[in-house]
Design a protein around this ligand. Structure first.
Ligand code: NAD
Length: 333
């Protein structure tokens, strides 16, 4: 390809991905399957790696999510809410695990915390003196949407923490619609002649980002915590991510029962295979597993790149479905 042709392809990919980001993150109405989005994203990333002259801070490969909608009040995240890098097969995961060892300059097996990759919407919950005072979406990573009234309607999300919690803590996690609740919701919507949701991820995002919290309250949403943002220093936190999840649980926050601590890449591969095998029997939809270096000091040593931490990776499952088109059914977005 000539330089002009390369530039044209880079421009085309950036324009497409910008449009798909808007449809997915702002409008909760994707027009292409995730697998197609991922293919285009990887093609652009590869071109930017092979031809650094095309690199740009404005490229979709450098960005997280999308800007918050103007209809919502805005929340500035004190610690940015980032995305995750992806591995799509064993060799890509192995390369990640190797890089981790090299960067940590260690031959010892690294301990990982393994978690299911819940397919919903990332939220930030701020608790002050144990009380839920604010809920926000990730938005573009720096600024999110204030959805406090909406998160307050999620039934398994505590409005008051219990036990020995810090004075101020920002809890991060995923809001999702369990598969059974999603199917029941769609069956009822069909019977009423209402619009149905395309998948549980859209259902969760569309339900949570409502301007009227009474609508959110009618939707069967659940929450699992998976990390912390800012935390006041009046309480000592564990130096292991896995133990921090247990601390969150001890304050009354729900966490996934599938969270596991393992040793090295072999442990991670076994976890991936096990969850993949049991994927259909889980109560919620997942699109892979997230593998995080467990030791917090090692996480700090590894640090971040522009849009993702270097100490974690989402190892995605093979694309399960392309976009389904159901004849005669009007999808809700
Ligand atoms: P991501 O979904 O690949 O990973 C980051 C997100 O994972 C976090 O924000 C969090 O919400 C979630 N997550 C779930 N479980 C987690 C756990 N245990 N620990 C930490 N995080 C966890 O990244 P993204 O930036 O949110 O989205 C990118 C993906 O979205 C793409 O790979 C693509 O599949 C999809 N997408 C699709 C379209 C489309 O048009 N179809 C458009 C944009 C994005």
């Amino acid at each position: 390809m000539s330089s002009t042709q390369l530039q044209a392809r880079v421009d085309e990919l950036r324009a497409l991905l910008t449009r798909y980001n808007r449809e997915y993150y702002e409008l909760d109405a994707p027009s292409v399957p995730d697998a197609e989005y991922d293919r285009l994203f990887r093609e652009l990333k590869q071109l930017e790696t092979d031809y650094p002259e095309f690199k740009s801070a404005h490229s979709p490969t450098q960005k997280v999510g999308s800007a918050p909608l103007a209809e919502f009040s805005q929340v500035t995240h004190e610690v940015p809410m980032l995305s995750l890098d992806n591995a799509f097969d064993e060799s890509e995961f192995a390369a990640f695990a190797e890089r981790v060892k090299e960067r940590l300059d260690t031959n010892a097996e690294v301990i990982y915390c393994c978690e299911p990759k819940l397919d919903g919407l990332a939220v930030s919950l701020l608790y002050e003196d144990g009380k839920l005072v604010r809920g926000a979406t990730r938005g573009d990573g720096q600024t999110g949407e204030d959805i406090t009234q909406n998160v307050r309607t999620i039934r398994n999300l505590p409005l008051q923490l219990t036990g020995n919690y810090p004075a101020r803590v920002e809890v991060r996690g995923e809001v999702f619609m369990p598969v059974k609740a999603f199917n029941t919701y769609n069956e009822k919507a069909l019977a009423r002649g209402d619009k149905v949701f395309a998948n549980p991820r859209n259902a969760a995002a569309g339900s949570l980002r409502q301007l009227d919290s009474r609508i959110t309250a009618q939707r069967p949403l659940h929450f699992y915590a998976y990390s912390m943002g800012v935390v006041s220093d009046d309480l000592e936190l564990a130096d292991s991510h896995y133990q921090r999840l247990q601390q969150l649980a001890s304050w009354g926050l729900p966490i996934s029962a599938e969270v596991k601590q393992v040793e090295g890449s072999v442990g991670c591969s076994a976890y991936y295979a096990d969850i993949l095998k049991r994927r259909e029997s889980l109560r919620y939809e997942i699109d892979g597993v997230v593998l995080k270096v467990d030791n917090i000091r090692q996480q700090q040593d590894l640090g971040f790149v522009s849009r993702a931490p270097r100490w974690a990776i989402a190892w995605k499952f093979p694309a399960q479905e392309e976009m389904t088109v159901l004849n005669g059914v009007d999808f809700q977005v």
